[in-house]
Design a protein around this ligand. Structure first.
Ligand SMILES: Nc1ncnc2c1ncn2[C@@H]1O[C@H](COP(=O)(O)OP(=O)(O)O)[C@@H](O)[C@H]1O
Ligand SMILES: [Mg+2]
Length: 474
């Protein structure tokens, strides 16, 4: 553990009872889950109920966090009659997806005997128990504004909350805790569980940072699992050593597969499996709201028809990858940019570029300086085979990014859905020089070429070279 609350052996704990429920649910507690259950379940010798009113738990993904919450919630439902337990997640779908799995598990377990028939309504999922207690999943957005009153609430994946959104939920819950304690004799608990987020995770970051600084209330216990600051997230052995579910829920071979899912997104990987906060780029080239608002459906080659196409090509720093994107001119001159491929290195790029430009009779936009200079040079020296280049001066290149962002903002450019392109947009930062900016390759946290190639493709589509007319003979 990177930090957290140690077990106070002077207090009794409810952890063993949680462990029993977990066994009955078919997910016997892993050692780290048991440790958390033991500490969070410590009983105040003065009152006989929970010592802690708040539990803050930060772990990497694929750890068994949500599964631990299920075991604790099930146990919590049995402290007495008519208890209200909420499981809150980012969206209603996140909450419902997780909860449906839980319903299946509990209904197939011996604990089905203490449940009543679950509600499966669209907006009204819940598991009532024979004693009148009930566990309910909700979306954060649904309850924000009303607040939640109950005996236990969990904010799962709280990294998604802004300080404000998180606080509206707590504003409803906190004041009722004392009342519920009096009425039930059981201390209500708030659980805030999450993998580390980004600089925008203001609600979770503030709470976790307070714990790390030792400023948490004495009624808060906390647990922080993940890669220590000096370890390398690309070192899979280091991940295996520090991820508390490694070797228990999955093995090193599967870890390599997980890593592959984060291709081009090293910061996302470090966050998910190292539980490293993604301090990320503070100056994203295209902010997330604009990016999401300008999604378009992909265009298939068959659906192209006679629409003009230009290709854009960009190369990552150190020539690690080459991205090719298409800019497709549609109705009203609106340009759809679409990532076509990301190639390793630059070696195979000329052949693929020639093939695409030839097949679609399309010109090419490429920067003849910078990281793609060498590739551009190779293309230019192909003689008669060389692709038709969009005429672009060095000055033009500086405006390509700005033109793309303005195009997105004013609705003349959109981008076809693509996870690699999303990752590139999320990790591409910009550098300013005077009033102009360009994508900064070294200051970005992932591949910039997918996004840059789209910028070039859009520029190319808007600056199609004149087609040479029929040969004139005098
Ligand atoms: N104690 C356990 N025993 C067996 N399987 C478990 C246990 N805890 C978690 N799992 C399984 O591991 C996977 C990841 O667990 P989950 O709770 O979703 O992790 P997290 O919320 O940390 O991402 C799930 O398929 C879950 O069923
Ligand atoms: Mg989870």
């Amino acid at each position: 553990m990177r930090g957290g609350t140690a077990r106070d052996p002077g207090r009794r704990t409810d952890g063993a009872i949680v462990a029993k429920f977990a066994e009955l649910l078919g997910t016997p507690l892993l050692p780290w889950q048991r440790m958390v259950a033991d500490v969070a379940g410590e009983l105040d010798p003065d009152t006989g109920t929970y010592f802690y009113d708040t539990v803050i738990l930060s772990t990497p993904r694929q750890c068994g966090k949500s599964t631990l919450v299920d075991a604790i919630d099930t146990r919590n439902s049995q402290w007495g009659p008519d208890r209200y337990i909420y499981y809150l997640a980012q969206t209603g779908k996140d909450a419902a997806d997780h909860f449906k799995k839980y319903l299946k598990t509990i209904q197939a377990s011996p604990l089905a005997a203490i449940t009543a028939r679950p509600y499966l309504g669209a907006g009204d999922l819940r598991q009532p128990f024979a004693n009148g207690s009930v566990i309910m999943p909700k979306s954060v957005t649904k309850v924000a504004g009303h607040g939640v009153q109950g005996d236990k609430i969990t904010l799962d994946e709280a990294f998604s909350l802004s300080e404000e959104a998180g606080n509206t939920i707590l504003d409803g819950f906190m004041p009722t805790m004392a009342t519920r304690l009096k009425a039930t004799g059981v201390q209500p608990q708030l659980w805030i569980t999450s993998t580390e987020g980004t600089a925008e995770s203001t609600f979770f970051n503030q709470r976790l940072d307070a714990c790390r600084a030792g400023e948490q209330s004495r009624r808060t216990c906390w647990f922080d699992f993940g890669l220590p600051a000096d370890a390398d997230p690309e070192d899979l052995d280091a991940i295996m050593r520090h991820h508390p579910a490694a070797g228990l829920l999955w093995d090193k071979r599967q870890l390599a597969d997980f890593r592959d899912q984060f291709k081009g997104n090293p910061a996302g990987w470090a966050r998910a499996f190292g539980n490293r906060r993604d301090e990320g780029i503070t100056d994203r080239v295209i902010d997330e709201t604009l990016w999401t608002a300008t999604l378009a459906p992909p265009v298939s080659p068959a659906g192209l028809g006679s629409r003009p196409v230009a290709f854009g090509v960009a190369v990552d720093v150190d020539a690690t990858h080459t991205s090719i994107s298409a800019g497709i001119v549609g109705d009203g001159g609106i340009v759809t940019t679409q990532l076509v491929c990301i190639l390793d290195g630059t070696g195979g790029a000329p052949a693929e570029i020639l093939r695409l430009c030839g097949k679609y009779d399309a010109p090419l936009a490429i920067d003849t300086r910078g990281t793609s200079a060498d590739l551009a040079d190779r293309l230019l020296h192909m003689g008669d085979d060389a692709p038709v280049l969009c005429d672009m001066s060095a000055g033009d290149y500086l405006t390509v990014g700005q033109a793309y962002v303005s195009g997105l903002a004013n609705g003349t450019v959109c981008h076809a859905a693509d996870p690699d392109l999303d990752a590139s947009a999320a990790s591409s930062a910009r550098t300013w020089s005077g009033d102009a900016w360009r994508v900064t390759r070294r200051g970005s946290t992932g591949l910039t070429s997918p996004l840059e190639s789209c910028m070039l493709a859009a520029w190319g589509a808007a600056h199609m070279p004149d087609k040479p007319g029929p040969l004139q003979i005098y």
